[in-house]
Design a protein around this ligand. Structure first.
Ligand code: ADP
Length: 480
């Protein structure tokens, strides 16, 4: 089976967020399953990771409503694998400036035009590669019109569209989009569909136009069918509910491995879990606490935003302090939250420590050194923090939502299989109860040890997710 992934971001060449990690990791796992998988992306002005670029197609003409454009196609490979990456170079749209035009410096259409052009170029280039994909796997709004554009070129491939982030949709004036692509409403089955703002919405087009669609966890796939979580697209998603599945992201189990992690003071495995206590002492030292392995220690790592449930943690922190527990926070985000957590540190220096900013080394010290990991997100499409924490033998306390439900079975519901402590509804009381349950388990040593080793031996690898994607591809291919 030949698979082509189409994405605006690909780690390590162009990374802004989690999308890059998925598109950088999934192909490697697919290749191990024997799939011929390749990637196509824009050749941005700045690529990270020093890719070697070989010319493949010297001149491909792409026609838009604004005139003819010349592109060059270069090839590279993902590092340490032989996964081919095609990069489309074009000075007008693709190869100038950062990945996203985040600050709106130019006209707002600029960013949209970049990805419309990219999508049109992909449809033009696929038939010229000398290699025919059976599946074209598109990611997020940037590639939402690729299925319609491939159909216009009569490319015989099934399409899969993955929603990583429903919040960004790429909606714009329909007449402008259609004239840029030289498309008519009649050219595609869904091109006459508009979103709640009356715009042609690229994410919606991907949802309606792809052969099959998925998002990054089974529960989130259900939640986005509701008006509450559907970000205005619940109806379109409902229309496709029989073709929508959820596939949990993997984590990089080599990078996140307490047995080999160079950031971790004392390395350990499930068989040597007692060594984890030494990492707790190291963490206490780093936080300026008096080191004490017997004191339960909670950790939080994430963006300081409403989504991540920071309010619940702040509200509950004084109760934690009163119970004698310790709390370590790492993150950056909204200024209000940043000053709130700094205030907590000032008020309770012997119990609470917060570090602002992005700090990989300290993140590992928290994953390895804490007893319980707090992730009370309001909503969570998949979530990585909880999986990384479990891999380091740190059971999570999570709000029962989205990917957190799928990855953290509760110990109360499933004593033999449970991996953490979940709460619902999203209230301070329910959160406090799950924290208390976590502490109760922590003090029951044999039961606690068994829980930790269960967490550490779970399979959170990309291999598992890749098998699920392969099934999805096989299903999509049957429709051809
Ligand atoms: P998000 O919604 O931000 O993508 P995830 O849980 O899916 O949340 O992924 C967050 C990832 O970023 C995790 O790997 C986490 O360890 C890491 N991370 C978040 N904030 C920080 C930080 N301040 N310093 C270091 N790593 C961080």
């Amino acid at each position: 089976m030949n698979i082509l992934l189409v994405s605006a971001e690909v780690s390590p060449f162009a990374k802004v967020g989690g999308l890059a990690d998925v598109v950088g990791a999934l192909p490697i796992a697919l290749k191990r399953l024997g799939v011929d998988v390749r990637i196509i992306m824009p050749r941005y002005e700045r690529l990270t990771g020093n890719p070697s670029l070989e010319p493949l197609l010297p001149d491909v003409v792409v026609t838009t409503g604004r005139g003819q454009e010349h592109c060059r196609v270069l090839t590279s490979q993902l590092p340490e694998t032989k996964v081919p990456v095609y990069l489309i170079e074009n000075t007008t749209y693709l190869s100038r400036g950062p990945v996203y035009n985040e600050h709106g410096v130019d006209e707002p259409f600029t960013e949209l035009a970049r990805f419309l052009f990219f999508s049109a170029a992909v449809a033009e280039i696929v038939p010229l590669l000398g290699w025919e994909p059976n599946i074209v796997h598109c990611h997020d709004w940037h590639t939402g019109l690729v299925p319609a554009l491939l159909a216009r070129r009569a490319v015989r491939a099934a399409t899969v569209f993955t929603i990583h982030n429903l919040a960004h949709q790429g909606g714009w004036n329909a007449a402008a989009v259609l004239s840029f692509l030289e498309l008519q409403e009649a050219d595609g089955r869904h091109l006459a569909t508009r979103d709640r703002h009356g715009d042609l919405n690229l994410l919606q087009q991907g949802v309606l136009g792809a052969t099959l669609i998925n998002t990054v966890s089974p529960h989130y796939a259900q939640e986005i069918l509701t008006p509450e979580r559907g970000e205005g697209l619940a109806e379109s998603l409902q229309d496709r509910r029989d073709d929508l599945v959820g596939i949990i992201n993997g984590i990089d189990t080599h990078q996140y491995d307490p047995a080999h992690d160079r950031y971790v003071r004392v390395r350990y495995t499930a068989a040597t879990i007692e060594r984890k206590a030494e990492n707790k002492l190291a963490l206490h030292e780093q936080c300026g606490f008096t080191p004490d392995p017997t004191i339960p220690t909670f950790g939080f790592i994430g963006r300081l935003t409403e989504q991540k449930g920071v309010d619940l943690i702040v509200q509950h922190s004084t109760m934690m302090v009163r119970s004698g527990a310790r709390l370590v926070l790492l993150g950056s985000g909204l200024a209000d939250y940043e000053s709130l957590v700094q205030k907590l540190t000032r008020e309770h220096p012997r119990h609470i420590y917060a570090r602002l900013g992005f700090d990989e080394a300290f993140a590992r010290a928290i994953y390895a050194g804490c007893d319980l990991f707090l992730m009370p997100s309001v909503f969570e499409p998949c979530g990585l923090g909880q999986m990384i924490a479990m891999r380091y033998g740190t059971p999570p306390v999570v709000h029962a939502t989205g990917g957190l439900i799928d990855t953290v079975p509760d110990v109360a519901a499933e004593p033999e299989r449970g991996l953490g402590f979940t709460f619902t509804p999203f209230t301070p009381k329910a959160f406090a109860e799950s924290v208390a349950r976590g502490l109760h388990w922590y003090h029951d040593r044999p039961r606690w040890q068994a829980l930790l080793s269960r967490c550490m031996t779970q399979d959170f690898s990309w291999d598992r997710s890749a098998r699920a994607y392969l099934e999805l591809y096989q299903q999509a291919r049957k429709t051809l």
